[in-house]
Write a protein that binds this ligand. Structure first.
Ligand code: F6R
Length: 616
């Protein structure tokens, strides 16, 4: 949700590095893009649309050479996508880019206007620039770096809301200032210079050494040095961390879309996540640092997440209750955080998030921690705000996920939930050791089954079915038990990338209302695999079929009746019911992909959306 990147380079012009960073961050927003350089007059170029559009603008109106600069790709919050609303914004000597929301911008705008500020845009970010310019005039910082940091700290004291800022000042050539609160910002240290970015993915081609900046941190970078201080301007002692992600992971690697590449990486994700969960002495999840005693004292697991991660949590509820014999809930983080939830020290609050930066999930976790809950996480990004906020986490080994539609992170989260369930079961003696070992073996067996589903033949069959129905206006996805959240996920994938109205429903609920919608226009995609309750699912399918809907069934060769009833059957390998949901999601991801392709949609950058939702 808005990406910022900044760099101070030793010997290379900075523009190429900034554009490269923006291209890697574009999944965070693509309403407009802009860049400003540390050169006399702080020249900037901004354009509505994509980074490509910005590049064209720069080609028409070239920028001077410079070694330091800042850049931004925007997901519009305040002010429509337009050139005047595009970052970087400027007030006096200050030019800045911002990710976040300045909540008291209206109030500050009025006060600052009274002091002479004139605004050119509708954005909250321009108010940030004016606030900083105002505080700077008060401290009279001139060319003193320390005095400007004082002004920045004073402005932070008056700003409410979330922000990651990268700032150029005319009096400080070759230096980029920064500040962070609630929005992510990392500081990279490479041989060629120093960098700032919303996300390590933007900088992997430049460095693997990062400082993860924390709430209230501010400071500066130059090509060969940096300073991080807290709001009292006391030096912070942050340790650099090494990120092992391969820079190629942020490239499409010959695929037409990141989404397709990431769907096809899922078998590898399972293998890597399982491998990293295996301890040296036959134990598992050795890095999940909650003692058996603590796990025994837990009375309930409350999972909080958003979107796709919430669907994983909903599967997790079934897993925890069945496998670990512990009551479990899954809730929208955005609801949980504002409903004064009944949570206490006997609750394990598990936040699930690919990015580890989702504002609602972090906000909900804060509420849970304030009520004394035991905080834990399932997350894909080491060093993220989420990982740093909890007592214990399980890292999914997906590598960077770039496609806005989450795919491989989902299966990684499901696997992590299986592992957590078994860890809880072990600590609480809810399952015999032999049964835990049997289940781990089943999870290991998921890899070949998933490879079958990802084979060219399986993919092409789903593509044909998707093509057949791609122009239908309504899709319903049905499932029972742990397949119900998979149906929700199938519907979410389809609506977000193909803009087709889609709903996920528990199969048994159709007769309580939605059956009225069944018509020629409707496609029903039903999950009727090995997850149990088959007889009931079959009855539900007959109800749909007899009312004239198009029926696509995801099932196995043994389910003859379901295959016969279906207009189209998508076959999945026969496996233990434990892992069937994790496999059922694969054809649904492909279905969304191929429907979107057929409809000519922008698959990796669906309209109105962006990845890593760092605002509320
Ligand atoms: C859907 C999707 C979103 C995210 C949600 C949470 O494909 O990507 O629904 O799942 O915004 O994001 P994370 O997992 O980063 O917290």
């Amino acid at each position: 949700m808005c990406g910022i990147v900044a760099a101070c380079l030793i010997s290379e012009p900075v523009l190429g590095c900034l554009i490269e960073g923006l291209e890697s961050l574009e999944y965070r927003g693509y309403d407009s893009a802009g860049v400003a350089l540390s050169a006399p007059g702080t020249p900037r170029r901004r354009e509505r649309g994509r980074v490509e559009d910005l590049k064209e603008r720069i080609a028409e109106d070239p920028l001077p050479e410079a070694r330091a600069g800042i850049a931004h790709t925007r997901w519009a919050t305040h002010g429509a996508p337009s050139r005047p609303n595009a970052h970087p914004h400027r007030q006096g000597p200050i030019t800045l880019v911002h990710n976040g929301i300045l909540e008291n911008h209206d109030e500050l705008r009025e006060v600052l206007a009274e002091h002479g500020a004139v605004f050119e845009s509708e954005t909250d970010t321009e108010v940030w620039a004016a606030l900083l310019a105002f505080e700077e005039r008060k401290t009279g910082s001139g060319v003193k770096v320390e005095a400007f940091l004082e002004a920045l700290a004073a402005a932070m004291g008056r700003a409410r809301g979330s922000y990651a800022l990268a700032i150029l000042h005319e009096n400080h050539p070759g230096r980029v200032f920064f500040a962070r609160n609630e929005s992510p910002l990392v500081l990279g240290m490479g041989e060629g210079g120093r960098y700032l970015a919303s996300d390590v993915a933007a900088l992997l081609k430049r460095t693997h050494e990062f400082l993860y900046l924390e709430e209230g941190d501010l400071g500066w970078i130059t090509a060969e040095d940096h300073l991080v201080v807290d709001r009292d301007l006391k030096a912070r002692d942050l340790r650099p961390e090494r990120v092992s992600w391969d820079p190629e992971a942020v490239e499409k690697g010959g695929y037409a879309h990141f989404m397709l590449k990431e769907i096809e990486e899922q078998a590898g994700v399972l293998a890597r996540t399982l491998q990293s969960a295996a301890g040296a002495e036959g134990d598992f999840l050795p890095d999940f640092r909650l003692s058996d005693e603590k796990l025994r004292n837990i009375r309930r697991v409350v999972m909080i997440a958003c979107g796709t991660a919430l669907h994983a949590a909903r599967v997790g509820k079934y897993l925890c209750e069945e496998g670990a014999g512990i009551p479990a809930e899954a809730d929208y983080a955005s609801e949980f955080r504002y409903r004064d939830p009944m949570i206490g020290p006997e609750d394990l609050v598990l936040a699930i998030s690919q990015s580890g930066e989702t504002a609602d999930t972090l906000g909900a976790l804060k509420v849970a921690i304030s009520k004394g809950a035991v905080p834990a996480a399932i997350c894909n990004v080491p060093g993220s705000s989420l990982c740093r906020a909890v007592e214990a986490s399980i890292l999914t080994k997906c590598g960077p996920e770039i496609g806005v539609a989450s795919t491989k992170a989902f299966t990684g989260q499901l696997l992590a939930l299986h592992l957590l369930t078994l860890r809880l079961a072990q600590a609480r003696n809810a399952l015999p050791e032999k049964e835990i070992e049997r289940r781990l073996e089943i999870l290991r067996g998921g890899h070949p089954a998933m490879q079958t589903l990802l084979s060219a033949g399986a993919r092409e069959h789903v593509a044909e079915v998707a093509k057949k129905y791609a122009r239908k206006p309504i899709f319903f996805f049905l499932g029972r038990g742990p397949d119900y959240p998979i149906a929700l996920e199938g519907a979410l994938k389809l609506k977000e990338i193909s803009y087709v109205h889609a709903e996920g429903y528990p199969s048994g609920e159709m007769k309580h209302g939605p059956l009225a919608l069944v018509s020629e226009d409707m496609v029903v995609v039903a999950l009727a695999g090995e997850t149990g309750n088959y007889a009931k699912v079959l009855g539900n399918l007959q109800e749909v079929k007899s009312r004239g809907g198009h029926l696509v069934v995801v099932t196995t060769t043994s389910r003859r009746e379901a295959i016969e009833l279906a207009d189209d059957a998508i076959l999945v390998p026969r496996t233990d019911p434990l892992i069937a949901p994790m496999l059922h999601v694969i054809p649904l991801q492909y279905m969304a992909y191929y429907v979107a392709l057929e409809r000519g949609c922008d698959i990796d950058k669906p309209r109105n959306l962006a990845k890593s939702v760092t605002v509320e």
